[in-house]
Design a protein around this ligand. Structure first.
Ligand SMILES: [Fe+2]
Length: 140
């Protein structure tokens, strides 16, 4: 098994091992995004990150949403709404990203998604997912 680098600060660990590992992957994407932004001519890699993140969150959100369904989680509507918002934002940023003509604009968009993602991770994982983990751990 390939060891995955851990870029997730400890405060984001929510106490559900399977979900924590998936969140670590989200932080790998965030780390890659920041690295790519430091590289002036890295637009190919940026596009890759958008696609990778977009498809990873589909699986990750499905995992959480299936767990919510199976355990009759009462906050699931509000929680899923936040998942939906991130999926839409990533798709929207990616569409904008592929339609711009120069690298300066590409980087401006990538910068925007980095800020959006940082805020989303901060709020969603540290608060909303933490509540879900608490619920799932009690259910067992
Ligand atoms: Fe979530």
């Amino acid at each position: 098994m390939i060891e995955q680098e851990n870029y997730m600060p400890e405060k984001f660990r929510i106490g559900h091992p399977a979900i924590d590992v998936q969140h670590e992957v989200l932080f790998v994407f965030y780390h890659e995004l920041m690295l790519s932004l430091q590289n002036a001519d890295d637009s190919y890699h940026l596009s890759d990150i958008f696609l990778g993140l977009g498809s990873y969150v589909l699986n990750h959100f499905k995992f959480e949403e299936d767990a919510m369904l199976a355990t009759h989680y009462e906050q699931s509507a509000a929680h899923c709404e936040e998942h939906h918002l991130l999926k839409e934002k990533v798709a929207e940023f990616h569409n904008r990203f592929v339609s711009v003509k120069n690298m300066k604009e590409e980087h401006a968009i990538a910068q925007e998604i980095a800020v959006f993602l940082a805020n989303w991770l901060e709020h969603h994982i540290a608060e909303v997912d933490k509540q879900l983990a608490h619920h799932l751990n009690q259910w067992q």
